[in-house]
Design a protein around this ligand. Structure first.
Ligand code: 5GP
Ligand code: MN
Length: 336
């Protein structure tokens, strides 16, 4: 089925000339790497390509974009571009609501819309879907598309680096589910085509500011456990961000710490935003964090999900989420 979905979109890349690519708010390595890879490839075909995202890319991902193709969406400057493009490709999300301020323009555009993604429950907004919930990452899907369209030589070193980054970041450095021999052979091919694992790891995971380390220290001190130690949660408020001179994207991946506690099956990071709250949810095995996220207007994968809500207070949000989480842990509680 995936193969026929891929075959169905290939003509778009030859028939059309103007492309706009986009990914979700607070873009991550998978969204950005997938965009860059597809943009590089389309540019190599002589196409006009723009990448427009609600948020500017976090500084740590700028190495992927030396030619500064990625732009932050500004309605006054870019609405016409979205209305007038031939093809709109939405990557690493399957819901226009996750495009932030771009949502109305994308929804209204008459361009051919393509969704390339690996999340559950796709919304109905696109003309073509290349979606596979079993894929490790959107980067893996972009790899499959490019290698179906072209001989492997079409994967340039820049494309290989962007796709390696997408897959590495979305699999927690090749640890999570959907990491199988086939994925490793894709990754092997990317390395053979110029992705340097040591370099990319350093660019992504070893570029912390001193403030980010201080924020981690403060965050770890908020650790709390619930449900007999099955659930661990940490909390960041605005004062902590101010004190350490950090921003939302500095909190990426902090969920690995609660998840690394012995016996913990689910972890939550609560983050106070300017105008509301955000939570990052992680779990092991069958615990459906996407269901918990949905109760609060969010979504995601079973083992990695999240939600953001406006106009709610951190403490009352935490209380509600922690109360709601219990039912998803019941099976685990019985096992003990
Ligand atoms: P993270 O915790 O890394 O921000 O997000 C983990 C996963 O949860 C993401 O891959 C995304 O699928 C999902 N996610 C996070 N925040 C939201 C949200 O506000 N809405 C939806 N639908 N999904 C989210
Ligand atoms: Mn992804």
């Amino acid at each position: 089925m995936l193969n026929s979905a891929i075959k169905a979109i290939l003509p778009l890349f030859t028939e059309h000339n103007r492309f706009v690519l986009s990914t979700h708010v607070n873009p991550d390595g998978d969204g950005l790497g997938s965009e860059i890879a597809l943009a590089e490839w389309l540019q190599s075909k002589g196409k006009e390509v723009h990448i427009l995202n609600h948020d500017a890319p976090p500084a740590l991902y700028l190495f992927l974009d030396p030619h500064k193709v990625i732009q932050q969406y500004v309605h006054a400057d870019h609405a016409d571009m979205i209305a007038g493009t031939d093809v709109l490709v939405v990557l690493d999300t399957n819901h226009p609501g996750r495009l932030g301020s771009m949502e109305p323009a994308v929804t209204a555009s008459r361009a051919v819309k393509v969704c390339i993604d690996h999340h559950l429950d796709p919304a109905s907004f696109a003309d073509h879907y290349v979606v596979d919930q079993e894929a490790s990452s959107t980067g893996e899907l972009v790899y499959r598309i490019l290698t179906e369209a072209d001989p492997p030589e079409a994967i340039s070193p820049a494309i290989a680096r962007a796709l390696y980054c997408a897959i590495m970041t979305d699999t927690g450095s090749f640890r999570y589910s959907h990491v199988d021999p086939e994925l490793h052979s894709i990754v092997g091919d990317l390395i053979a085509r110029g992705a340097d694992p040591g370099n990319i790891y350093r660019e992504i995971y070893e570029q912390w500011s001193p403030g980010r380390i201080r924020l981690l220290g403060e965050t770890l001190a908020t650790l709390d456990l619930a449900y007999q130690g099955l659930l661990a949660h940490i909390t960041i408020d605005q004062a902590m961000l101010r004190r350490t001179g950090t921003v939302e994207s500095d909190t990426d991946n902090f969920t690995i710490y609660p998840m690394s506690i012995q016996g913990v099956e689910a972890g939550i990071l609560f983050l106070e935003l300017n105008d509301g709250v955000k939570m990052s949810l992680r779990s092991r095995a069958e615990i459906p964090m996407n269901e918990l996220a949905k109760e609060f207007g969010g979504g995601g994968h079973r083992n990695a999900a999240g939600a953001r809500m406006q106009n709610v207070g951190l403490e009352s949000f935490k209380r509600d989420v922690l109360r709601a989480a219990g039912k998803y842990l019941q099976h685990e509680q019985r096992k003990q």
